[in-house]
Write a protein that binds this ligand. Structure first.
Ligand code: GDP
Ligand code: MG
Length: 237
């Protein structure tokens, strides 16, 4: 962690982590290097959800602050991470080495109050083996199309896992999704609160895992996204 004398943190990177001992250190090291390059006073927060491997120990050694979160789920971990973030801005991305944290530089150049900066893999590079064809040609385009139609937004990648916003922009927003549908919730809440969403191209690589498969369950999580989008539009108006 890099702290200036006045101790103001510019950027908090939040990484949700469940059994990512193979890749978490590489992600943190990239963050710390980019903080140094851009002279950002940054912190990395890893939110670990009872990993059964050495993720927490490795993350701590690599220079992150580790928060152990008992509530299961991707969304629950991010919500907890946001609460603990001290940075003026918050960026989050996966800890499986599929996103390139050196691309923080492009997010940082675009930083702006009132905006969610959404990394679009469809406007950038999706490397070989990085995204299953079902997600690339059906699931993500379908969910993106629905969210655009329902909420009057115009994005290309609703399922992107790399995003940045100003912490003060979410101070009056309460998030509720504990699972993967949190990716939709944050877009919906930004749209409903008249905040803007802007995209920048990012790269997606094949994750660095060899011991387990992704935590995302395509059909179950896909339906949770869809249900959440419809619920927010027609029930919790
Ligand atoms: N703390 C925590 N992290 C999670 C949980 N589920 C997934 N993650 C993390 O969230 C990120 C996204 O999960 P991933 O399996 O890569 O989903 P995918 O990229 O959509 O296939 C990874 O860094 C995971 O380790 C969870 O229940 N708790
Ligand atoms: Mg991932």
């Amino acid at each position: 962690m890099i702290n200036s004398s006045d101790n103001k943190i510019d950027l908090t990177v939040v990484i949700p982590c469940l059994n990512e001992e193979e890749t978490i250190a590489a992600c943190i090291i990239k963050c710390l290097k980019i903080f140094e390059k851009l002279k950002i006073n940054g912190e990395v927060i890893v939110v670990d959800n009872n990993s059964t491997d050495l993720s927490s120990e490795i993350a701590q050694k690599a220079g992150a602050k580790v928060i152990l979160n008992n509530i299961k789920g991707y969304g629950a971990s991010l919500i907890t991470g946001f609460k603990h973030a001290n940075g003026e801005y918050i960026l989050y991305a996966d800890g499986d080495n599929s996103y390139d944290f050196t691309e923080i530089e492009r997010f940082w150049q675009k930083k702006s109050s009132g905006y969610l900066i959404l990394g679009s893999r469809f406007k950038g590079d999706i490397h070989e083996g990085a995204m299953p064809p079902l997600h690339r040609y059906f699931g993500t385009p379908f969910l993106t199309c629905i969210i655009n139609l329902l909420y009057g937004i115009k994005i290309s990648d609703s399922q992107s896992g790399m995003r940045m916003f100003k912490k003060s922009d979410i101070k009056d927003i309460s998030f509720e999704s504990e699972g993967m549908e949190f990716a939709s919730e944050i877009l919906i809440k930004f749209a409903k609160n008249h905040l803007k969403i802007t995209e920048i191209p990012i790269s997606l690589y094949k994750d660095g895992r060899t011991k387990h498969s992704p935590h995302l369950r395509p059909f179950k999580d896909g339906f949770r996204h869809l249900f959440y989008m419809l619920k927010c539009k027609f029930i919790n108006v």
